[in-house]
Design a protein around this ligand. Structure first.
Ligand SMILES: [Fe+2]
Length: 393
């Protein structure tokens, strides 16, 4: 995170005795990345954050991977995966994965267990629904079109509320997810070229204290999943400060950069991952040169696989391909992709695109997981030509 926050009570001087009203010390915890050399937070617990009483293995959600062979563009329909009684953590259905990130979708109807991802940061995009994010840092409400960025090893849970389920599209990193460096000054403030800034980010406003003993936390770690049982509830932090904490950013606060002719996807970047980027295409005025073609030109991204999650409006370039709300397209490296037939001509003269999509570009190839195959529209690859000669589709 680029800027400092302080929530609840913290002592004036770090690493000094900070006593509870009835006596005894609060337990200070430093949570930091890159050893002790980069962003961190100091949290003050009423109990010991180290006090576990049990540890058992836990069966990880299915995420086995199959290479994209033969090489094909793919179309996944996430809403076909809707399941009843699922939560936002154990209900994640993994779609695409490589060693740098795992992409999943969950339709949450019940609160998740307490959970900690010790492999990397998470980016949770709320496609629809209302909910509450609760963590050791505090809580905040989330709703449609929010991103939640969760730092590695944050203990949290996500609970839907309201009428509908909480639809979540999740990118789990092996590493960290941050605003792109080019949006930040040398000291970490968002600069004037950035499409969003500090005012657009929502963090926990106050401490979240919950009572409990023998509290289970699911931990996803580098060797699998483990269920740890804590002697006392991990949500016992009376204050923290620092530059590492979960926050939400609503995509409607992303200010699109437009031009006379087509702007390349990097202007739509919202986050930087470890060997991947996240971009969003938001409703916007489009190209205003007299002869401009507003939709994208055909392109071969020779260094990346491109994943688009279509989550609002009407995506002009994909009309006629069966893409709908909740669809995902995978356009892998080695395959030149572009608009559907006729879309370029139709787009000339259009002044505004009412579209919303979240894009992940990975720099290593993505494999396909079981749930990806389970919701695949296998006709997508042939929608540019209208035929599939070898299989008669
Ligand atoms: Fe593309």
């Amino acid at each position: 995170m680029p800027f400092y926050r302080a929530v609840g009570e913290v002592p004036h001087k770090r690493h000094t005795a900070f006593r509870k009203p009835g006596g005894g010390l609060y337990a200070e915890e430093l949570m930091g990345v890159e050893g002790f050399s980069a962003d961190s937070a100091l949290l003050y617990h009423a109990g010991l954050p180290t006090a576990i009483v049990d540890a058992v293995g836990y069966d990880a959600p299915m995420a086995s991977r199959t290479p994209n062979l033969p090489l094909l563009p793919r179309h996944l329909k996430t809403h076909k995966l809707d399941a009843s009684g699922a939560d936002a953590i154990t209900g994640r259905q993994y779609l695409l994965a490589n060693d740098d990130c795992r992409i999943s979708y969950a339709t949450a109807q019940v609160p998740s267990p307490l959970y900690r991802n010790a492999i990397g940061d998470e980016c949770i995009y709320i496609e629809d629904g209302e909910g509450r994010f609760e963590s050791v840092f505090g809580a905040f409400d989330v709703g449609p079109r929010d991103y939640i960025i969760v730092p590695t090893s944050t203990t949290y849970r996500l609970a839907p509320h309201g009428d509908g389920p909480l639809r979540t599209y999740v990118v789990e990193a092996t590493g960290h997810i941050t605003p792109p460096k080019r949006y930040l000054t040398a000291k970490g403030q968002f600069n004037e070229f950035s499409p969003y800034c500090e005012r657009d980010l929502r963090g926990p406003a106050g401490p979240l204290i919950q009572e409990g003993t023998d509290v289970e936390v699911l931990v996803q770690h580098r060797r699998g999943w483990t269920k740890l049982t804590y002697a006392e509830h991990p949500f016992d932090v009376i204050g923290w400060d620092g530059c590492l904490y979960p926050y939400a950013f609503n995509v409607e606060d992303f200010e699109p950069i437009t031009g006379r002719v087509h702007q390349p996807p990097p202007v739509h970047q919202v986050f930087d991952g470890s060997n991947f980027v996240i971009c969003n295409f938001v409703p916007r005025k489009v190209d205003y040169h007299d002869g401009s073609v507003p939709i994208p030109y055909n392109h071969a991204n020779v260094d990346s696989d491109e994943v688009m999650f279509y989550c609002g409006g009407d995506y002009e370039a994909r009309k006629g391909a069966g893409i709908e709300q909740g669809s995902i397209s995978l356009h892998p490296g080695g395959f030149t992709h572009g608009p559907q037939p006729g879309a370029a001509e139709r787009s000339i003269g259009i002044e505004y695109f009412d579209e919303l999509a979240v894009m992940v570009d990975t720099f290593r190839p993505l494999d396909i997981c079981e749930s990806g195959f389970a919701c695949e529209d296998t006709g997508y690859a042939w929608t540019w030509s209208g035929s599939h000669r070898t299989k008669g589709v």
